[in-house]
Write a protein that binds this ligand. Structure first.
Ligand code: FAD
Length: 625
């Protein structure tokens, strides 16, 4: 049957990409349908119940700055929060939260159910309705046809999913969920390049069977940092500790002795796994000289005894998993509640997408999340939001939007994927961003919320909070700049102990804030305060301090961007034959012919395409005109 209502945007898959896509399109006023296998698993964390980390929290804050769900759900569900790299510069500082997986799902589901313009429907999708080269809707496994103007596909690890535990294999989208095989076959018949990747998860352990007295305790930070710009400490549930255990020589012996029973080492798994989240068998094999690996024992929630032993993801047979776990000090009597496993799945070459995440071959069809070769909830959520935005913009008949690499990690993520593709599950790192001093997690709102507001993603409450913060920063900077400290004054005396030499001239507070020895807290109450009040908003204080201390570096980076921008927009004709560009090596010609970058800047970011090659392209384009 044809479902009676027609939708603007149909999102398939209620994981991290699909939920952000559906929420974004609905926030932008589109009649949106989220079709998913199971409403109970909306927002389910397939693996580690943790959000954020280096490079990843940057994405979460960007999703949040654009009105998305992940940051708020994390603040409502986080049971341990920490700032990573706290002693390093602000560009690489990151927030990580251990989440209660039940609370996280409930929070996401609550946001979805209460979102105007959004309809949920539970059923697997087996087919897409494609008319010529344009998608028109989706067909569920019982034959219900949903018609829509745009479709966003966010099917995660479910396409052609095969689960491995030792040499046993069975089909599945993740443990306990069916794969999406009919849809996988349908997509393989369309002209996309498809390949296989794999990922894995550790066994889960019953906390009652663990001796915590011999493990190192790792408490969270106090006060607990916030993930959302709209978050508050009061939202955070009870906070708990994680613990640290270690593998040992005996653990490694067990693994070595059983490598022939590992699907990875016996050649059963074809897909490439995540380099930065390797299985324990991979770590022991690749770093054979390391005597021990850390295992973070992380709670899965406040109302469950299950623990997630982060660091021993494995697809070894169950009997070996048990031996491995029980070889670890503190886990000698551990009971495994769920075996670890690896999963192989289809992904589509992201070079077949545009920056809007629309596919190049089928109009109005967008791909987001793990289906594009990424790994991680944050990478999926960010892509989902972008695809949802661009599907909504298509419905409105407006041009697509994608932030540039100097505006957002989201821009870096999409640009990397589209320009270079990926041969292994792609995860975000701060090192992937050449302008990371500008793309800090603390300023994602200052970079993106205004754009989000103009797109229709940001509601009045967030806009009001953001506007007040932005204004407070400017006012406080002006006050600091206008407040002078005289040498020999009582204020200068208060600072003397912190400075190598007493002040020898008049300084304003903003100048003093740039000095490495002084922090905002040392200066804020020195001579009056913002509007005569205490500056209690820690986020305003943080911005004032970071902007002052890093101003020189930030300006230099901005200068580089401005230089690049002069050429960034230079378009590369779609029919350009790179073999005809003189001076390019054959390797670079091949890469450019394969990647078909849309602009000169994109060409320059393809690995192996040197600045000299970009200059040759520019000369060629000028001659061609
Ligand atoms: P998913 O979260 O997989 O969601 C897909 C959704 O689509 C599901 O709700 C599913 O039911 C639905 N769906 C699929 N097909 C259909 C269909 N035909 N019709 C209707 N609904 C459909 N990431 C890391 O960063 N580190 C790790 O160590 C890690 N380990 C992992 C281990 C395992 C075993 C798995 C399964 C994943 C792991 N991940 C890991 C990846 C992480 O879970 C994903 O990156 C993230 O969940 C991707 O989000 P997504 O929205 O793209 O897809």
């Amino acid at each position: 049957m044809d479902y009676p209502n027609r939708f603007d945007v149909i999102v398939i898959g209620g994981g991290h990409a699909g939920t952000e896509a559906a929420l974004a399109a609905a926030r932008m006023g589109c009649q949106t349908l989220l079709l998913t296998h199971n409403i109970e698993t909306l927002g389910q964390m397939s693996c580690n119940p943790a959000i954020g980390g280096i490079g990843k929290s940057h994405l979460v804050k960007e999703i949040d700055a654009l009105g998305g769900a992940m940051g708020l759900a994390t603040d409502q569900a986080g049971i341990q929060f920490r700032v990573l790299n706290a002693r390093k510069g602000p560009a690489v500082r990151a927030t990580r939260a251990q989440a209660d997986r039940v609370r996280y799902k409930a929070s996401i589901r609550g946001l979805l159910e209460n979102q105007p313009n959004l309809t949920l429907f539970q059923q697997g999708v087996d087919d897409l309705i494609v008319d010529g080269d344009t998608v028109r809707g989706a067909v569920t496994q019982t034959g219900i046809r949903f018609l829509g103007e745009t479709v966003v596909l966010c099917t995660g690890t479910f396409l052609g999913g095969i689960i491995h535990i030792g040499l046993d294999t069975h089909t599945g989208g993740r443990a306990g969920d069916p794969p999406a095989n009919a849809l996988a076959q349908r997509l393989r018949a369309l002209p996309f390049r498809v390949d296989r990747l794999k990922t894995g998860t550790p066994p889960r352990i019953d906390a009652k069977s663990v001796d915590f007295s011999v493990l190192e305790e790792q408490p969270g930070d106090a006060p607990s940092p916030l993930m959302s710009y709209m978050g508050s400490h009061a939202m955070h549930p009870r906070q708990v500790s994680c613990h640290i255990a270690h593998t040992n020589a005996h653990t490694h012996e067990i693994i070595f002795a059983n490598l022939d029973r590992s699907p990875m080492y016996s050649g059963v798994i074809e897909g490439v796994g995540p380099r930065y989240c390797p299985s324990i068998e991979d770590k022991v094999h690749r770093f054979a000289d390391k005597a021990s690996h850390q295992v973070f024992i992380e709670p899965e929630g406040l109302e469950t005894n299950e623990l997630y032993p982060n660091g021993i993801s494995t697809s070894l047979p169950f009997d070996v998993q048990l031996e491995v776990v029980r070889s670890i000090r503190g886990l000698e009597n551990a009971h495994i509640t769920r075996p670890g496993y690896a999963i192989e799945y289809d992904f589509f070459d992201p070079r077949d997408l545009r920056h809007s995440l629309e596919t190049r071959f089928i109009h109005n069809l967008f791909f987001a999340g793990q289906i594009n070769g990424t790994t991680g909830y944050e990478e999926a959520g960010a892509q989902g939001l972008l695809a949802g935005v661009n599907a909504a913009l298509r419905v409105r008949g407006e041009a697509s939007w994608c932030p540039r690499r100097d505006e957002a990690y989201l821009g870096v993520l999409v640009d990397d994927l589209i320009s270079m593709g990926t041969q292994e599950p792609y995860r975000m790192f701060t090192s992937r961003a050449e302008y990371r001093l500008l793309l800090r997690e603390d300023n994602a709102d200052l970079r993106l919320t205004e754009t989000g507001r103009s797109l229709g993603l940001v509601d009045d409450a967030r806009w009001a909070a953001f506007s007040a913060k932005r204004e407070a920063i400017v006012v406080e900077q002006a006050r600091l700049k206008a407040t002078w400290i005289q040498p020999g004054s009582s204020e200068a005396g208060q600072l003397a102990a912190k400075l190598p030499k007493p002040l020898n001239r008049e300084y304003n507070l903003l100048e003093l804030l740039k000095r490495p020895e002084l922090n905002y807290a040392d200066l804020v109450t020195l001579k009056g305060q913002l509007n005569g009040e205490d500056v209690t908003d820690e986020r305003v204080a943080e911005q004032v301090q970071i902007q002052a201390k890093y101003q020189g570096y930030i300006e230099r980076q901005q200068g580089e961007i401005d230089k690049l921008k002069r050429h960034e927009a230079t378009p590369l004709p779609a029919d350009l034959d790179y073999t005809r560009v003189e001076g390019l090596s054959n390797e670079i010609r091949d890469k450019l012919n394969a990647a078909r970058p849309e602009t000169l800047a994109q060409a320059g970011r393809i690995s192996g395409v040197t600045p000299a090659a970009v200059s040759l392209l520019l000369i060629y384009l000028k001659k061609r005109r």
